[in-house]
Every structure is written in structure tokens, then in C-alpha cells.
Ligand binder design. Structure first.
Ligand code: DHB
Ligand code: FE
Length: 280
């Protein structure tokens, strides 16, 4: 059977992608950011996940205000890189796992989570920057990726509790897939940041570190946190953090923190990163 073995949380700052693509990772501004992912890169080489369910948000690259799915699962064989701002990144095409993706869609929908099934979708920095942080610049990504896009751009995004429960449903889906696969789930985006308005540039280190602590110490607090608290404490784009709760809900009660990293600044965002192993 397929096994869900671990979860990773990571920010998706587009300037990180541009720093890698333009050979700037050794610059004093960027070197400490990338150093925070060295441990994970080595760990992933040993873990060799077959498939990553990559929970991320699209930034008007695949979707727009014309169509706003709350939860969309990519069921295609491959996904082309795209982006606003700097344009499509020079990164490998993202190979999907259509069979597992369709199985997750069926299992979740019959479990009363009505995912939107997407058979053609470009993927932007929300998905490709976490891949770059974890795998560097390979000629091809070393695993298959199932994109799970979450609307956190246009109000109303899903609640943290809904995200948590979707994670639980995804875990049930993975664990009922007959092939022997090592599957990870990544929750991306965050941490505190606000890109517009009078509070642009907001960073809240206390909120961010309490969020990192409570992924293991008090996940119930995070699960019930209201949107208004994310907005007030973590800024308008801090709401991206609800996506981490899909990852955390999928891992269940028995987990161990393997690695943690936090750094400010990186572009307009606080970089947060954590690796969690499922222990049962
Ligand atoms: C920045 C951060 C984001 O999450 C994003 O989607 C776009 C820009 C930034 O730090 O500038
Ligand atoms: Fe973003």
C-alpha cells in the first residue's frame, strides 16, 4: 500500500526562485536563507519520496477571478511552469501521478470533500519555489508531484479546520492506494507577510514562531484559529498558512519534528520551514 511518511512546510517567496535562477544564492543576503534548507536537501536524498502531494496556492497564473476553485487537484501527467512577475521559471516540467491523483479525487469526493478535478494546469512560484528549495536545480525533478491548489487569494479562503479535515481525508485516500509508494505531503506559503496597503512589509516574528511551535505543541489552537487572527497578526498574505494545516492534518497525531528554520528577511516575507516525520 502507499504510505504517507512525512510532511514539509515551506514559504514560497518568488524572489527565492529568481535568486536561484540568476545565480545569486551565494550573495550575503541570500546565503543564510538557502543554508536553512541544506539539512532537508540531504534528508530528501535519503528518503527518496516517490510522490509529493504539494499543497500550494496559484497567484493568478492558472486561475483568475473568472474561476476560483477552493480546492483543486491536478490529475494531469505533467504541468508546465508559469508565472506572473518574473515570467515562467527555467525549471523542469513537473511530472504528475495521474493514477494516484484520480484515486485521491475519488476517495475525497466520496468522503464528502468535493475537490475540483483539473486536467490541464500551469504551476507558478507557489509550487516551483518549494521544489527548488528542496531539490536545487536538477535536470528533472526527482519525484512525481500532485499539485493541490488552494484558494487563499480571493476572500473567502477555506477555514483552517476545513483544511485540517481535508488533510485527514487525503491521508485516508493515500493509505487506500494499492501500490507501494513513499508519499510526502508539503504545505507551502506563509509565513507572515503583507504585500499591499498601509501595512505592507508587516512581519510578526512572535506569531510565526508560535505557529511553528504549535504545529507540534498545540495543533488544536492552529486548527481553530479564525481568518481575522491571521489577517491581524500575520498580514493579508499570512492567510497562506492555512495550507500548512492540510499537511499537518494529513500526518495525524503521532509526529516528530526533524528540522526547523526561520529567517527574516527574504523579499517581503518571513521564511518558515519545518520537516515533520510521521511516527505511526
Ligand atoms: C512575495 C511573497 C509572496 O508570497 C508572493 O506570492 C509574491 C511576492 C514577496 O515577498 O514579495
Ligand atoms: Fe504568495
Amino acid at each position: 500500500m502507499a504510505r504517507l511518511t512525512a510532511g514539509i512546510a515551506a514559504s514560497h517567496i518568488p524572489a527565492i526562485g529568481a535568486a536561484v535562477d540568476n545565480g545569486k544564492t551565494a550573495e550575503p543576503y541570500w546565503a543564510p536563507v538557502f543554508a536553512g534548507f541544506d539539512w532537508t536537501k540531504a534528508w530528501l536524498k535519503a528518503e527518496k519520496p516517490d510522490v509529493v502531494i504539494l499543497v500550494y496556492n496559484d497567484h493568478a497564473s492558472a486561475f483568475s477571478l473568472e474561476m476560483i476553485p477552493t480546492f483543486a487537484i491536478g490529475c494531469a501527467d505533467s504541468f508546465q511552469p508559469a508565472d506572473e512577475g518574473w515570467g515562467p521559471r527555467p525549471v523542469p516540467v513537473v511530472e504528475g501521478h495521474a493514477d494516484l491523483a484520480w484515486h485521491i479525487a475519488q476517495s475525497c469526493i466520496l468522503d464528502e470533500f468535493d475537490l475540483t478535478i483539473v486536467n490541464k494546469m500551469d504551476v507558478d512560484h507557489g509550487l516551483t519555489v518549494p521544489l527548488t528549495l528542496m531539490f536545487g536545480q536538477p535536470a528533472a525533478w526527482p519525484c512525481k508531484v500532485i499539485p493541490l491548489a488552494v484558494n487563499v487569494v480571493q476572500y473567502p479562503p477555506p477555514t483552517g479546520n476545513r483544511c485540517w479535515r481535508l488533510g485527514e481525508a487525503i491521508a485516508r485516500a493515500v493509505e487506500s492506494y494499492p501500490e507501494d509508494l513513499n508519499v510526502q505531503i508539503w504545505g507551502t506559503g506563509g509565513m507572515s507577510h503583507q504585500l499591499q496597503g498601509p501595512r505592507a512589509g508587516l512581519i510578526n516574528k512572535t506569531f510565526d514562531n508560535e505557529f511553528l511551535d504549535d504545529l507540534t505543541a498545540d495543533p488544536e489552537r492552529l486548527r481553530t484559529m479564525q481568518h481575522i487572527e491571521y489577517l491581524r497578526e500575520a498580514g493579508s498574505e499570512g492567510i497562506e498558512l492555512v495550507m500548512w494545516l492540510i499537511m499537518r492534518g494529513a500526518l495525524g497525531a503521532d509526529i516528530r519534528e526533524l528540522h526547523r528554520f526561520y529567517r527574516v528577511p527574504a523579499s517581503n516575507t518571513a521564511v518558515g520551514h519545518m520537516v515533520l516525520e510521521k511516527t505511526s
